[in-house]
Design a protein around this ligand. Structure first.
Ligand SMILES: [Zn+2]
Length: 307
C-alpha cells in the first residue's frame, strides 16, 4: 500500500509518497501560498496529489499541518497569522470529495511524535512526550501509543506554561510563557541582545563549540530555561522518555548532554532514574511518517509494519 503525505507549514509544503513500512519512496517540497489564503493551500495540495497519482496508485492521503486540528473532523480549529484564512477549513472533507480516498489530518507536532514512535527515537516506547523547539514550542503527549488529544484536540501546548510571571509578552495574550524563553527563536533573540547583532544559531553553536565563552554562556542560560520547563513536565507526567525536536536537535550530544545535566540538577532522583532524554531522529520526515501512520491505523484500519 502506498500513501501520499503532505506536511503543511507557513513557509513550505513538504510532501512525498510512503509505503506501509514508512519508507519514503519520493519526497519534494514547494513554497506554501500562505498569503493567498486557506483555500489556495488546499488547491496546492490537490494539484500536488494529482501529480503523485500520475506515478503512484495512492490508497489514501495523509496530512500533517500547522495549527490546532480536530482530527476526528479533519478540520482546522485554529491557525495563527502565518496561515491566514486557514482557521475553520475542513481539510479532510475537501480532499475526500476531490479524490474519493481516505484522508487523515493531524497537527504537525502530533505527527512528528508518531513518526518518531514508528520509525525514530521513540520506537518501542508507548508513553512519552515530544517537544519541538522552533519559532514557538509545540508538544505532544503519547499514551499507550496514541496521541492524548484533550477536550478540544489542543493538549500539549507546552510552550504556554508560565516560566516567568509578568515576563515577556506572548502571542497567546499572556506574559512570561515558556516559549518566549526556551524556543529556538528565543535563543536567537538572546544572542542578538547579547552580541548587539543578529547571529545564526548555527554560528552561535559553532562559536561555543570552538571555545567562545560568551556564546557558551548565552547557550547555557537558554538551556537552563529549556530545563525549567522540562522539570515541570517530568514531575507531572513521570515520562520514561522525552523526545526533543526542532532544528536545534541537529546540535546533537553537545546540546543533549548539557540539557540532561541541567534537567537532572532540578528533578527528584526517583524521576531521574526512569527518565531518558533523546533528540528526534527523523526531522521533517517524521511529520510525513506520523501522518501516514495515522492514516493506516485509524482510517484504513491496517496495522503498519515495524510496530
Ligand atoms: Zn503564551
Amino acid at each position: 500500500m502506498i500513501a501520499g503525505a503532505f506536511d503543511i507549514g507557513g513557509t513550505n509544503i513538504k510532501y512525498g509518497v510512503l509505503n506501509e513500512k514508512g519508507d519514503i519512496l519520493y519526497k519534494s517540497k514547494t513554497a506554501t501560498k500562505a498569503s493567498e489564503g486557506g483555500m489556495a493551500i488546499i488547491g496546492q495540495v490537490k494539484e500536488l496529489a494529482k501529480c503523485l497519482q500520475a506515478d503512484y496508485e495512492l490508497s489514501g492521503i495523509a496530512i500533517s499541518t500547522a495549527g490546532q486540528i480536530n482530527k476526528q473532523e479533519g478540520s482546522v480549529i485554529y491557525a495563527t497569522e502565518s496561515l491566514p484564512g486557514y482557521t475553520g477549513l475542513n481539510i479532510k472533507k475537501e480532499l475526500e470529495m476531490a479524490f474519493d480516498l481516505p484522508v487523515a489530518v493531524d497537527n504537525d507536532v502530533n505527527c512528528s511524535a508518531l513518526g518518531e514512535y514508528w520509525r525514530g527515537a521513540a520506537q518501542g516506547v508507548d508513553q512519552f512526550l515530544c517537544m519541538t523547539l522552533g519559532t514557538g514550542i509545540g508538544g505532544a503527549i503519547i499514551m499507550d501509543g496514541r496521541v492524548y488529544n484533550g477536550a478540544a484536540y489542543s493538549a500539549g501546548e507546552f510552550g504556554h506554561m508560565t516560566l516567568y510571571p509578568g515576563g515577556n509578552p506572548c502571542l497567546c495574550g499572556d506574559k512570561g510563557c515558556y516559549e518566549q524563553y526556551a524556543s529556538s527563536r528565543a535563543l536567537e533573540q538572546r544572542a542578538q541582545v547579547y552580541f548587539k547583532r543578529s547571529i545564526s544559531l548555527l554560528a552561535l553553536f559553532n562559536n561555543a563549540k570552538n571555545g567562545d565563552q560568551a556564546a557558551e554562556m548565552v547557550i547555557y542560560k537558554w538551556i537552563d530555561d529549556v530545563a525549567l520547563g522540562i522539570k515541570s513536565l517530568v514531575h507531572i507526567f513521570n515520562p520514561p522518555l522525552i523526545v526533543i525536536g526542532g532544528g536545534v536537535s541537529e546540535q546533537g550530544d553537545y546540546l543533549l548532554e548539557k540539557l540532561q545535566k541541567s534537567v537532572n540538577a532540578r528533578i527528584m532522583p526517583s524521576f531521574q532514574r526512569s527518565l531518558e532524554l533523546k533528540l528526534a531522529q527523523n526531522g521533517n520526515d517524521a511529520n510525513l511518517q506520523g501522518a501516514v501512520y495515522q492514516l493506516y491505523e485509524y482510517e484504513l484500519n491496517q496495522k503498519v509494519e515495524g510496530m
